[in-house]
Design a protein around this ligand. Sequence first.
Ligand SMILES: Nc1ncnc2c1ncn2[C@@H]1O[C@H](COP(=O)(O)OP(=O)(O)O)[C@@H](O)[C@H]1O
Ligand SMILES: [Mg+2]
Length: 473
Amino acid sequence: MFTPLKFGKYKVYVVEATPVRPSIRIMGLANIIVKNLRDPIEINIRQRIAVKNIKKIDDSELGYLIYLLSSSAVPYYLQNYLQRYDPHSQCVLSYASILKDGSIQLNVAALVTRNDTRFTGKRPTVFMAIVKDPKKKFRLNMVQQLYKLSWNLLEYKLSKYGEDVDSLLAQRIHNIVVQLVSKLETNNIDIVIPEYNETIRIRIPIRQPQWSLNDVPSKLRSSIETIIVKPILNKASYAPRGILITGPPGVGKTVTAEAISSALKMKIIELRPSSYRSMWYGLTEKILEQALASVKKKRKAVLLLDDVDFLVGRHIALHETHVAEITIFLRFLQEENRPPVILTTNAPEILDPALIRPGRIDVVILMGYPDREFRKYIAMRSAKRYGIQLEPEKAELIASLTRWFTHAEIDALVRLAASKSEGKIDEESIMWARQQFVINESMRKAIQDRLRWFAENFQGITIKCVASETEIV
Ligand SMILES: Nc1ncnc2c1ncn2[C@@H]1O[C@H](COP(=O)(O)OP(=O)(O)O)[C@@H](O)[C@H]1O
Ligand SMILES: [Mg+2]
């Protein structure tokens, strides 16, 4: 127990069940709470504050919050605001943590009251409960219980020190409940750039990958595991850090990028030109630099540059901003401690040649049109994804009818057939859906050959997943 300050007509009594330790980082929290002590407060208040690394702040530090509040803001609040309504008002503050089983552990309680503790039980009382609740188990109906506990502790301790505290539960005039919850791993990268007369805010989302390595053809899967996933997970010095996935549109490049991320147990930060380009002179570079600096700090994430055709050769880039942009990316790719980067494109030959250099990009994955076996898999997977009934023989039929189709087209065919047959795909609906597609096989073959040529001329490691013509059948 102690009596730190006399604040006007008030005295503060603090009782600890857990020893209290001063801490600087608690002051920020106190500030946030104090902002809520506005005038007038006639209703109950509930405030949720998300705290970073809440598990690392222990109860003895958080108990300090009660010291801070009870010896500064709260007496001030009572004296200057509440007195106008209730001249005898006082405040009970407590800090409790919610244990794993949902029970309450009271750590610190404080009483801010008029000079003497006589008749405290009869004075109108504000109850301020600060609850550490990382698992969000706290329910508002627990406030009453917490209030009783707090009074019990105060009364027991204060009477031991000869203070004459009333045993009656004082009547509460209102509650202020502050729940300290854990701040979730943020799902965004927020960039704030102060400019002359406005502040520019940009938010880059961080997402969970939606696909897994099972959604990648088995040949490709084992190469990805050996060449990419295992070395990165083992933090091997030879682990690749830049991966380019190339192939015609719709053959699962983005899906594969997601699958690699989920095999790495990492989230995806996707950076698109639309999110960082600005019409203001010089600002695009500034935003991009900051975005990449934030990306660099993220440990468990992959940077995805999807359809990266904007990183064209600098000799083709028309605008100086565009040149600067590409240069910034090149510099970033060169950095030591950056996260893994995955790029996808269907036109690798227009990329800046400096980009496709080991050290920046070490692995190229070449994806072509799916073979028959995988076409069956895609049909089944799509059916499952949309909750469509599809028997294995029907999937087989789809596979046999979809030579040179892309993944995306097979997916579309499954959906078409399902709409034709109202959910249960049969032979007729498959034949009908097939007729909706016109596939120029020779053109596709040419595209595939061109990409194969590109991959063969790449200086680093290549992983090819290009079915030969006989496998396509
Ligand atoms: N393994 C798969 N299983 C089922 N559908 C797939 C699979 N891979 C791709 N698809 C379908 O094809 C679409 C296009 O894939 P995507 O990865 O976006 O192609 P790309 O990036 O090469 O253009 C996806 O949205 C999905 O509908
Ligand atoms: Mg894509």
